[in-house]
Ligand binder design. Structure first.
Ligand code: FEO
Length: 399
């Protein structure tokens, strides 16, 4: 069912309450998501912006048909062509095969690569406009690597200014409410940050550049309509400013300790290190996660907003655990800046894990402050006291 946003803009997307994983198994979406598609009726042209994920293609087209005679859609604007937005194109274009598809040059290549169709592509660049009649238009702004090379935003100068931002400013957050002022702010913002940390963090320099470029245009802005989650109606500038903050080496006064453990020795070390940090930095939040048990994307979000990360693993087969290996691979991909790190772990005989984890942290861009700490077998009271002392000395380097 279409939902009215303004007199001439309707939401025609799909709320996916049951989506629990996204990007295959890469990203948890415990609060579901939505694939937002928008129908913009100008005086002389009607435009559809983006579609929905493939499994919902028939439902999407059938509902769209209830909202508008499909032949009256003058243009389809594809702002980004990952499958969650372009997945219904085949079903849609079967009905309106000659309708122009406005997209970037990279967008055309990606659509062709996905669907192998010779549709009526109209390539656009930053500053190109689609005239909607009555002096109104849609202006395209390329936003490469936010988060794919094809990404663009579209700015509508009617209705007080509407920015269609595709994945930018999105949240994997299912809601029957359309707007940010109609949902619990705290949980929605937690999803917005998780989205940024897990999808956009690697592209922080591009985020800063693009947001500043758009701010410099000084455009009126009444609404920001992303392709996932709720629309920013109350204070849309707030999420724009938040993006600038998140993109600039974001860090709260938090230390995150992530470990894996086989027989609890590395867990005992983690908890003792935490006690040491807490003793020196009582104003800091210290959080501990078992990487094998906790949601990996929630851990990544915690790391994203931490000043420091301690990673621990027992030595296993001259290496470290599977859960820590996977997590650190994802951390490396985030390209985080200005964060401090160190490693720890228990061992029986060879004991390489802590040293190897220190190298991985350095490779991931962390400032590794020391060689970390290892303890043999099960830590006794003296070993735990050393771990606490290690936590104190680590904390002193943050203070
Ligand atoms: Fe929501 Fe990058 O697709």
């Amino acid at each position: 069912m279409a939902k009215k946003i303004t007199d001439n803009i309707s939401w025609v997307g799909k709320v996916d309450w049951e989506l629990k994983m996204f990007h295959g198994n890469e990203l948890s979406t415990r609060r579901g998501s939505s694939y937002n598609s928008y129908l913009l009726r100008g005086t002389s042209k009607t435009v559809l912006l983006d579609t929905v994920w493939g499994p919902y293609d028939r439902e999407f087209v059938s509902r769209l048909r209830q909202e508008i005679d499909l032949k009256k859609i003058d243009a389809v604007v594809m702002q980004h062509n990952e499958s969650d937005h372009s997945g219904a194109l085949v079903e849609l274009m079967r009905e309106i095969p000659g309708t122009p598809i406005y997209c970037t040059a990279k967008g055309e290549a990606i659509i062709r690569g996905h669907y192998h169709q010779d549709w009526n592509f109209v390539k656009v660049k930053t500053g190109d406009k689609l005239d909607l009649g009555d002096g109104e238009s849609l202006t395209f702004v390329e936003a490469p690597m936010l988060h794919w090379p094809d990404t663009m935003f579209s700015y509508y100068d009617g209705c007080g200014g509407v920015l269609f931002s595709n994945d930018g400013f999105g949240q994997h957050y299912a809601s029957e409410s359309l707007f940010n002022d109609e949902v619990p702010e705290e949980e929605m913002m937690a999803e917005a940050e998780k989205y940024f940390a897990n999808i956009l963090a690697p592209f922080c320099p591009m985020v800063t550049r693009k947001v500043n470029e758009i701010l410099a245009m000084n455009l009126p802005l009444k609404l920001i309509c992303p392709s996932h989650g709720v629309i920013w109606r109350r204070n849309p500038a707030s999420i724009v400013n938040k993006y600038l903050e998140w993109a600039n080496a974001y860090a709260l006064d938090q230390v995150t300790i992530v470990y894996d453990t086989m027989w609890n020795s590395t867990r005992l070390m983690a908890e003792a290190i935490a006690r040491g940090i807490e003793a020196v930095l009582p104003g800091f939040t210290v959080k501990i996660f078992n990487a094998a048990k906790e949601d990996k994307n929630d851990i990544l979000t915690e790391i994203f907003h931490s000043r420091a990360l301690l990673v621990g693993s027992p030595t296993i087969n001259n290496g470290y655990s599977y859960a820590i290996a996977g997590l650190l691979e994802m951390v490396k991909g985030m390209k985080l800046k200005k964060k401090v790190g160190a490693a720890f772990g228990s061992f029986g005989w060879s004991g390489e894990a802590a040293k190897q984890l220190s190298s991985l942290l350095a490779e991931a861009g962390f400032e590794v402050v020391d060689e970390g700490i290892r303890t043999p077998w099960v830590p006794d009271a003296d070993a735990l006291a050393q771990c606490e002392e290690y936590g104190r000395s680590f904390a002193a380097k943050l203070g």
